[in-house]
Design a protein around this ligand. Structure first.
Ligand code: PEP
Length: 251
């Protein structure tokens, strides 16, 4: 039984005061919502403020990236144990913005995934094809390559991994994938997880859709058999719209 998971990715947005204001506005709006898991991923600078604001609620804290080493001379990097210490239980890894703008490779993502898991965090692994790759009918091949390389040598005891299918052309564009296309790819990802990690775990791992998710389309994605939740960028910046996404079951 997979619990629906709704994750807010704030990217490089919100000063500390704005992050606190979001939490104050958001928490009453999701009070009493049952059977969903909610995660907020602020920028590193707002983690502590958001952690404090979320205390006593069921909303979890996540980071947007992590480094694979535990400590040492790695200027600018943050380790899994530092994130755990800061109150995070989740971390986004391999977001397409990091792959494209910062040159992150699958081999780096693989090391980050292993380090995050060893450090006790639940990684949210992002994969997805570009528009050109989709137009050239290469979407399945690209995502297959990413999943296989990112999971190389990974052994899991529990389903403490989340995968987010985020077609690059749908991120921040207002153009979402169709629920059918999301289901096709996410079903395919589940079959790849089964090959890499075994069917039992693959059936328990949450796979999210991400790319222009908004309150108006969340329920359509959630109605698909293999879509277990959403990774939300733009629409997660307002408490009102993120709360409506979390309350997707309500008419
Ligand atoms: C994202 O940043 O992961 C994302 C899906 O962004 P948006 O919801 O704005 O498309």
């Amino acid at each position: 039984m997979r619990t629906p998971l709704l994750v807010a990715n704030w990217k490089m947005n919100k000063q500390i005061a704005e992050a606190q204001a979001f939490a104050e506005d958001f928490l009453p709006r999701v009070q009493g919502v049952k059977d969903v898991e909610i995660v907020i991923c602020p920028p590193f600078t707002a983690l502590e403020a958001v952690r404090r604001s979320l205390q006593g609620s069921l909303v979890k804290l996540g980071a947007q990236d992590v480094f694979w080493e535990e400590k040492g001379a790695y200027t600018g990097e943050v380790s899994p144990s530092m994130l755990l210490d800061a109150g995070c239980s989740y971390v986004i890894i391999g977001h397409s913005e990091r792959r494209q703008i910062l040159g992150e490779r699958d081999v780096d993502i693989n090391r980050k995934l292993k380090a995050a898991l060893e450090g006790g965090l639940t990684p949210i692994l992002c994969v997805g094809e570009t528009l050109q790759e989709r137009e050239n009918n290469r979407a399945l091949e690209i995502v297959k390559g990413q999943i296989n390389e990112d999971l190389q040598g990974l052994r899991l005891e529990e389903p403490n991994l989340v995968v987010a299918y985020e077609p690059v052309w749908a991120i921040g564009t207002g153009v979402n994938a169709s629920p059918d296309d999301a289901q096709e790819m996410i079903g395919f990802i589940r079959s790849l997880l089964a090959r890499n990690l075994g069917k039992t775990l693959a059936d328990e791992i949450c796979i999210l859709y991400g790319g222009s998710v908004k309150p108006e389309n969340t329920a359509q994605f959630m109605a698909e058999a293999d879509v277990d939740g959403a990774l939300v960028g733009g629409a997660s910046l307002q408490a009102e719209s993120m709360a409506r996404i979390v309350r997707f079951k309500e008419p």
